[in-house]
Design a protein. Sequence first.
Lengths: 383, 383
Amino acid sequence: MRAVAVIGIGKTAFGAFPDRDLRSLAVEAGRNALQDAEVEPGRIEAFYLGNFAGPSFVGQNHLAPYVAGALGITGVPATRFEAACASSGSAFFHAVSAVGAGLYDIVMVGGVEKMTSQPTPKVAEILAGAGDTNGEGKAGATFPALFGMIARRHMYQYGTTREMMAAVAVKNHANGAKNPLAHMRKTITMEQALNGKPVADPLTVYDCSLVSDGAAAVIIAPLEFAKRAVRILGIAQTSDYLALDSKADITTFEAVRKAGEKAYKMAGLGAADIDLAELHDCFTIAEIIATEDLGFAKKGEGGPYVLSGATCLNGERPVNTSGGLKAKGHPVGATGVGQICDIVQQLRGDAGERQVRKNSIGLAQNLGGSGATAVVTILGEAR
Amino acid sequence: MRAVAVIGIGKTAFGAFPDRDLRSLAVEAGRNALQDAEVEPGRIEAFYLGNFAGPSFVGQNHLAPYVAGALGITGVPATRFEAACASSGSAFFHAVSAVGAGLYDIVMVGGVEKMTSQPTPKVAEILAGAGDTNGEGKAGATFPALFGMIARRHMYQYGTTREMMAAVAVKNHANGAKNPLAHMRKTITMEQALNGKPVADPLTVYDCSLVSDGAAAVIIAPLEFAKRAVRILGIAQTSDYLALDSKADITTFEAVRKAGEKAYKMAGLGAADIDLAELHDCFTIAEIIATEDLGFAKKGEGGPYVLSGATCLNGERPVNTSGGLKAKGHPVGATGVGQICDIVQQLRGDAGERQVRKNSIGLAQNLGGSGATAVVTILGEAR
């Protein structure tokens, strides 16, 4: 494997944009990434696009050449990757693997989702397609219900409290308020977070990530090609069963644990080396579990860990300095590449008001469904 | 690039199967491929699944780990590829590239679609998502309408006749009748083909491929690992604009031409070396154009070429000995890998009643939408 680097990033704001269509969002992010990398579209040798449910949300499929053509990229492989909420994480994994193996030199990875044109019950139904629709779906278990069960079990097994989950929301809203591209730029208090409108017991509206429109893109290339780059030190994608009832233990995501293990091994690093992370907080409990599965906290101690302030902007290991899925927003297919952009910004020292001081190694973790797909990326060596 | 081979194939019958769900079809094909390759599921290092519109047809997304888990494949990358009707061709391209580059040794590529549970108007709407829905879709142009325009232009520009298109249908039905796994196992006469029910002028029902359920899978590995294998000599995926009105000439598919050129170059071969081919006959005119774009006939002479009998089972270069999308059936996401299985069967000499004599080099061509994605694969050196 050659050393591979992110040489350009591009994002749109995340939010509800009734006047924007899916393609215009993806094209904006792609153009920003090309500009940032100082690369012409004609030099892109392959295009990887993560998108979860364009056909269901906006009726458009075959999205990779659809977006690539509008960016001026034709005549090369243009492929859509779907892995639920880890769609663009998966696209990124495949792109990095291909460049690392020498198949291409310069490629673009994009991620996009346009969700807010559908009414909420329809959004919930489309999202439920990321779980086992024959079992969980037929039982009426939408994703808040599934993560509600996960949260309840974590509380029972480890003594995790609603305060600990609320601490995730308070922290991520505080960070999102500092991110000009975040969907929800407002701080919330612990009091508010604890008294949110119930969604699926024990989760309230403050435990759930946002339904957003948005796109993100990166350009990757061999490290030696790059003037300004952040190196990919380790990366892995793994899979597990879709249905919660197929898993031995629902308080851990085996796919995340394994992807973390592989990515750490590839990087020659361990949890202690990670300075900051973007973790997949589709629900507050998911961030707590991710801190455990990736070794930042011991099993069962992810709750006390967030409550200690360790993952705050000025803590020992800031988590979701972007605001996370909770406050930055969660346009499903854009989330994985969006996380990479956010880590790259921090490692470059370009994160503005939310810049953290200790920032040489960052980790991004992207989760699909209730843990059937996981992608973990470790980035560092900015120059 | 290491030499890569197909070491196992598995197919389901293609047809309308009201009692089968998507996963059971994909699992049947996958198990058949594992058995054929004599490989245990635990040895599969990555799973690539082509599927066009599972979420729209059956409400299930996140399909790769969903199918992989049921096959006993977990803890490895499991990813869904979507590129319209070239979805599993694209999955196959990425898998071959990864194994060739040394990223994995043994991987599985599957393709699946379950279409017949939706009523015909809904199927047409879902399929229209592979074209430009903002332009073509809003104008009411479904795929038969788009290929009707392509056919009309080809007739105008080159003198192609309805008889020439009908000859494709008659040939492919004759082949399908010999294929025990084909959706439509009946021969048709030229008379019947010329008097079919109109669909989109000049195309009749006999010019259009079938709406089918079905799945296919292959196991690929480095050539040196294989006892019984068919080598992949050349492969390429390319892209073009979605909308017909973005193309300079709608009587040729630039993406197919380019993919063919790249695949020939990689194989060190030319059109004259190809003994037989599976071409993407979503409509009869598409097979005619493919014979031109791949150099079997000169531009504009694909019609006379099929009429000459050259592409019949006992012709100089048999095309769609499986029955093609026209008679074998077209479960969209399964088609690309299904074509690979069919070529491998011929090269192994296992094609039964439809076995062709001269069979050392075969080509498969998989088309997405009205030409925005193309994958061309050249296979040979069976042992």
